[in-house]
Ligand binder design. Sequence first.
Ligand code: NDP
Ligand code: OXD
Length: 310
Amino acid sequence: MKFLFISAADKAIAWREAILGKFPDATFDIWPDEVVDKASYDYAIVWRPPVGELKTYLNLKGILSLGAGIDGILMDTELPDDIPVVRLVDRCLTEGMSEYVLYWVIHYHRRMGVYLNWTANGTWKQMRQTDTRDKKVGFLGIGELGSDAAGKAAALGFDVAGWSRTEKKIDGITSFYGADGLVPFLNRTEILIILLPLTDSTKGIINKDTLAALPEGASIINCARGAHVVDEDLIAALDSGHINAATLDVFHVEPLPEDHPYWTHPKVTVTPHVASLTVPSSAADWMEENIKLIEAGKPPLNTVDVKKGY
Ligand code: NDP
Ligand code: OXD
């Protein structure tokens, strides 16, 4: 079996070890330097392949994403259309995302930013503590990642809701769905977490209208994609005081350009796209399972619906 790897070179060594650990007789070639005989590859393991590259590998059986988000793969408008694109669903990725989300939800709920500023200046001062059960946390996107984090937030006692395309029935989580559900969902959400895929319908979903629909003082955690947010609208809402604070892990351009106002905005915390990183040794289990399904002539799990965009 032959694997083609297209991603940052510094990620390749760990992936080679993980994949060859599962398929010891396989060959794992790193694009572009190690590629020989394009027709000989069975599986492409990719992050953001160059447009038009994958269609030149004529015998691929599957395109396996290195991440949960496949917007970077779908940017290739010339993808071969008879080959399944399979997105990553992995325990470590899911648990890592929930850790990141809960860390910031608790940070905003317990107003740790305010306390850390005060104590850094030698100020000893207390605020009234609010009841967790009254704090309304909302997840835009309640799929693999959103549902795990939402379930864990609900277990801590938060009043949790999710917004999705289709209705969800998850114990302890109120479901809002579809275009009609968006504003009512936003109206009740004091801490908003964005965990949507980036598609034509979700691009720019955080804009002046949706920000205005959030209650005064809401906080935002974006750990999906930068293009979900209209940056100027978010900055205006932070400056006006309508939005309390934002933690942003993802950006229109990454790395975030040096002169971007987010770097120095007092109400913004920037993290460098680390909300949850793929752990090759764990994600290789999922790759193995899907490859076995494809080799057995069965459909893989988590196949992307290219038309839907996720
Ligand atoms: P899923 O596909 O499992 O879930 C997506 C959710 O979004 C579903 O609930 C889906 O609704 C909902 N959704 C999609 N389109 C719409 C729409 N138009 N209107 C309303 N709801 C919509 O994705 P994951 O949970 O696995 O991942 C989410 C995103 O997280 C990824 O696409 C990626 O961009 C990002 N990510 C970021 C990481 C980071 O480190 N910052 C790491 C990993 C992922 P329905 O269930 O009804 O289909
Ligand atoms: C992903 C990511 O989509 O790392 O998995 O952003």
